[in-house]
Design a binder for this molecule. Structure first.
Ligand code: SAM
Length: 202
């Protein structure tokens, strides 16, 4: 659902991120749908993202998260996506927004990317929990060579993910939940924020 606020922000940032694209979706890898800007507005109010952070958006699509955070906070952002078509769109948006060394788009499957640099991770339903487990292990292993505090944001986690948080992995410690059920008229619409417990990783 595109709301007026989404059109307003795309225009302000001079980018084009509103149209969904499910052309390369399969049963493990989901298609492109942008996080509503209203959610990103609330995300930055939490204070969990600062200028000195490096945020990795797993499945960035056309790059909305990267442009918004760059514009509002100025932190470094890395967007990766397995779709060449979507990464090309993100880079077209970067041309229109204005080249910026703090915004990087990388064409890669999440499973093949080494997340050694980032300390914040953003997920809006890019893929199945099976793939997520692989990614989480990579994030944990990256702490061996680059010890750091890790914060993970999940927008609109599905039942599959919520079951994983509750039952399967004790290293993810929930620190905040923001509900958008009233604003977006959808009871399942939440942003969940976790810290990684570095004393309880494996
Ligand atoms: C729901 S969209 C989220 C877009 C963006 N993060 C946002 O919040 O506006 C999910 C994205 O994940 C990408 N994706 C799916 N499977 C992937 C994988 N295995 N590796 C990298 N990207 C993937 C899709 O191409 C899609 O762009």
């Amino acid at each position: 659902m595109i709301i007026a606020n989404d059109l307003k922000w795309d225009k302000k940032l001079n980018i084009d991120t509103n149209v969904p694209d499910f052309g390369e979706e399969d049963y493990q890898n989901y298609g492109y749908d942008p996080t509503p800007y209203i959610v990103l507005e609330e995300l930055i109010k939490t204070g969990y993202i600062t200028k000195n952070d490096i945020l990795l958006d797993y499945g960035c699509g056309k790059g909305r998260v990267e442009f918004f955070l760059n514009n509002q906070i100025g932190c470094k952002t890395i967007g990766i996506d397995h779709s060449k078509r979507l990464i090309d769109k993100a880079n077209e948006n970067l041309q229109k927004y204005g080249e910026n060394s703090n915004i990087n788009f990388i064409h890669s499957k999440a499973e093949d990317y080494n997340p050694k640099e980032a300390n914040l991770f953003y997920f809006f339903n890019p893929f199945s929990v099976n793939i997520f487990k692989e990614i989480l292990m990579k994030i944990k292993k990256s702490l061996i060579t680059n010890p750091r505090e890790i914060t993970i944001f999940f927008y609109y986690p599905t039942t599959e993910y919520r079951m994983f948080f509750d039952n399967d992995d004790k290293s993810l410690v929930l620190i905040d939940t923001i509900s958008f059920s009233e604003i977006l008229n959808d009871f399942a619409c939440t942003l969940k924020i976790f810290k990684l417990d570095t004393h309880n990783l494996f």
